[in-house]
Ligand binder design. Structure first.
Ligand SMILES: Nc1ncnc2c1ncn2[C@@H]1O[C@H](COP(=O)(O)OP(=O)(O)OP(=O)(O)O)[C@@H](O)[C@H]1O
Ligand SMILES: [Mg+2]
Length: 406
């Protein structure tokens, strides 16, 4: 089995691929020792569509990283986006004889996890949530507490097995072994959200290139994740269509002159651009550009709003949205999201408590996903469940994750 003397992660996006490697320091914190990114190939709407193209790109990226930083990445954590993922909640309930014992914890978790998966699907994440005692008090660790009834919930993310196999094969062909696969928005939440923010009820919204992913948290833990099949590239396409430009020119206009909320523009400016058909340079008004951009972002937000409504989640997001991903880099995106959803909004920043490295890396949106993968812990992913099945019980593993001493 491949092994690194460091932790490595690769965020495979529709637009870019970002790689990080970090040393684990004596206190358990991570220090980034290598970073690299390149344009993505073979990925469409967050999902792998050409194993060959992605393999070539990954091989090149690993080789460049070896030359620049003198390290050979072999074992990696990677991200995953699946527009067909399902989230479900497993629930367990047991009666308690005076105080909660470790055995009570075992049985309540076991019953919460006892959920079968359809044959073509697999559990990517089994995430423990907080416990409830006497149908009222939410606690992290109920052992030794007085109670009559103990309840537990686990959040289960199920994804298509064939998509997971495809990614694993691609990595194998690139001479890489997968340490773990983490859902994109769950990885980013580990890099960006504080425990306080999660407890207060937030939606982490990652506006990428091909997809927009979200994860919602409240005081009990993770509530729901989802992937919407459009992102920043949709905005680029709409600009290209509106002003008859190439996609490349539209992307340049969006990233250099774009504004998400047209009413936030104080003065009209004229931007020089080239149209696809004519070689002549033309001018376009910053207001017109912004109107197209705003409409396009609103398409993404309408899909999200419908999804939140469908799952009754509006009330859960009490503290509003925290934005990340390249699509959140645009001017006045905060104002647009705030007005569209009537919620508080802020731009997510990397939490520095457990990771250090170059300022330029810790503040670059391109590396947020890879940082989240490096920091990811605290759930029973598929690999960990397999490992648990062969050595320890799943429950032992959960006990380790929540730090319960027996
Ligand atoms: N300053 C900017 N203004 C507007 N959009 C931007 C800006 N910078 C980057 N983007 C857009 O962000 C998107 C890329 O974001 P990101 O790197 O998060 O995507 P990805 O992870 O590669 O894709 P995905 O997560 O969808 O698979 C592109 O659509 C790009 O045009
Ligand atoms: Mg992404």
């Amino acid at each position: 089995m491949a092994s690194n003397h460091f932790v490595a992660s690769i965020d495979i996006g529709t637009d870019k691929i970002a790689l990080l490697a970090a040393d684990i320091e004596d206190d358990g914190n991570l220090r980034i020792i290598a970073h690299n990114h390149c344009p993505s190939n073979g990925v469409r709407q967050g999902s792998l569509f050409s194993i060959d193209e992605l393999t070539k790109t990954l091989i090149r990226l690993i080789e460049q990283t070896r030359k620049s930083f003198g390290i050979k990445v072999e074992l990696v954590r990677i991200n995953f986006s699946d527009t067909h993922l399902t989230c479900s909640e497993g629930k367990g309930k047991v009666s308690i004889n005076e105080v909660v014992s470790p055995e009570d914890l075992d049985s309540v978790l076991e019953s919460a996890m006892a959920m079968s998966t359809p044959t073509n699907k697999e559990k990517l994440h089994v995430i423990r949530k907080k416990f409830t005692i006497n149908e009222n008090d939410v606690v992290d660790n109920p052992v030794d507490m007085e109670a009559e009834v103990l309840e537990s919930k686990v959040h289960i993310v199920t994804v298509s097995s064939s998509s997971v196999r495809k990614i694993e094969n691609c990595l194998k062909q690139s001479d890489l072994e997968v340490e773990k696969i983490v859902l994109n928005s769950i990885a980013k939440s580990q890099a960006i959200l504080t425990q306080e923010e999660k407890d207060s009820g937030v939606c982490l919204l990652d506006i990428g290139a091909g997809v927009t992913s979200y994860s919602i948290f409240n005081e009990e833990g993770i509530v729901r994740s989802g992937v919407i099949a459009i992102g920043g590239d949709e905005v680029t396409k709409d600009i290209a269509y509106a002003f008859e430009t190439s996609l490349e020119e539209a992307k340049r206009l969006k990233e250099n002159y774009g504004t998400a909320k047209s009413s936030s523009l104080n003065e009209e400016k004229f931007i020089i651009f080239s149209q696809e058909a004519s070689k002549n340079e033309r001018q376009l008004s910053s207001f017109e550009l912004s109107e197209v951009i705003e409409d396009s972002y609103c398409k993404i937000f309408t899909l999200l709003k419908n999804e939140l409504k469908h799952h009754n989640l509006d009330g859960v997001i009490k503290s509003g949205f925290i934005l990340c991903g390249g699509g959140s880099e645009i001017h006045s995106i905060k104002e647009l999201v705030r007005d569209f959803f009537s919620k508080r909004v802020k731009i997510g920043k990397i939490q520095r408590a457990r990771i250090s490295g170059l300022e330029a890396i810790l503040t670059d949106y391109k590396y947020a996903g890879a940082i989240g993968l490096l920091l990811h812990e605290g759930d029973l992913s598929k690999a960990e469940i397999n490992e648990s099945n062969s050595s320890k019980s799943v429950i032992d593993k959960i006990r380790n994750v929540i730090g319960v001493n027996f």
